[in-house]
Ligand binder design. Sequence first.
Ligand SMILES: Cc1cc2nc3c(=O)[nH]c(=O)nc-3n(C[C@H](O)[C@H](O)[C@H](O)COP(=O)(O)O)c2cc1C
Length: 452
Amino acid sequence: MAKEIRLNAFEMNCVAHQSPGLWRHPRDRSRDYKRLDYWIELAQILERGLFDGLFLADVLGVYDVFGGDERAALAHGAQTPVNDPLLLVPAMAAATRNLGFGVTVNLSYEPPYGFARRMSTLDHLTEGRIGWNIVTGYLDSAAKGAGKERQTDHDDRYAIAEEYMEVVYKLWEGSWDDSAVKADGGSGIFADPDRVRKVKHQGAHFRVDAVHLSEPSPQRTPVLYQAGSSPAGRTFAGRHAECVFISGPSKAVIAPRVAAIREGVAKAGRDPASILIFALLTVIVAPTDAEAQAKIVDYRRYADLEGALTLMSGWTGIDFSKLDPDQIVQHVENQAGRTALENITRADPHRSWTVRQVAEHVSIGGIGPVIVGSPSTVADELEAWVDETDVDGFNLAFAVRPETFEDVSNLLVPELQRRGRYKKAYRPGTLREKLFNGPARLQQPHFAARFR
Ligand SMILES: Cc1cc2nc3c(=O)[nH]c(=O)nc-3n(C[C@H](O)[C@H](O)[C@H](O)COP(=O)(O)O)c2cc1C
């Protein structure tokens, strides 16, 4: 049977996420990112389209690689300024019943103990609809803001993340028994002290000697998302991720990456088909192909090429302001993210990219492809992506917000449903139950389950 196609929306609490410059479009509401009503309306649009989740990206530093300082990021609004993503969630959760929230939190700059409580709190308040996109960062500017000279080396970041995961699993899964909370008015006992254990962790990077501050939440551990695809990233995903976000410009780049990620999951003793992989992609859909083409031509008038290179410089650690626009981008090894540069250098031996081509491509929807057409044209292409690359669905970026998501909910989703490739209703239960049609809590052989 053909695989169900799943949709996530890719957003960020800032003005220019993956399509810099489009905030100037007359129908774009990006400047309202500071208003709760914007986020509530967005969540409702997505829930109408039965999106599995809203994925909120985050960075803890400015994009100061392009030109060597923060001027370009500020001038182009390139993911700068950026507000905290977690604080948006309760308002959106109160206005929806089923939409999941995959929120990015960088573990490099925050001890696990307090973070674990924030996620448990959100799991309670959303009644089990919270997910965590586990990231370790790629910006030196974030490290400097946190009092370090530069970020920890690439593979060491993943090694530290391993220990971090062990600590949060101990807090979420191991500290409180399910039966610990009595809330017994008769005896006056709220929680049975014999059923709550102190987490005692002494490791190379973290020490904890404390009970978890939250009582068990519906999912205990939030649904775990991950987005790094380098060899170290894939090993990490193999052990921990339930969902993986990937990005690449074409099916040729994405297909082997999907296979490698599933292989990493199998190596960790888990079923490679049990994880969900979402590819970054932007859909511009309109009732007819001609109308959709007219839309993208209109959108492109607002695209900001220098803003795109500002983002790309941050993702890759390469200062694109120093390169000639017609120069072919070459691979180098550095301590920023590895996959962003791999995408335009070594990932597809049949394609090389000039700086100008990178800027034009990235200016709408980041490094993912832009698929333009009528509902039927776009659905054909999405089906081809799923069938040829083995992804489970798409992490949809936007050009104009929230118009891009409204068009998807109103036009594309009904077409996918007609083809039997998209759900007609949400499953009941927590985000984990909805995504995997299984229990609310992580089970063996997932590494987290051994800490319960
Ligand atoms: C679709 C997608 C979304 C991402 N979102 C974030 C994010 O919000 N914050 C962040 O710090 N890193 C984000 N990343 C970067 C990854 O977490 C990771 O740092 C990066 O891919 C480099 O890791 P790698 O060298 O293992 O690929 C994202 C990556 C992808 C592909």
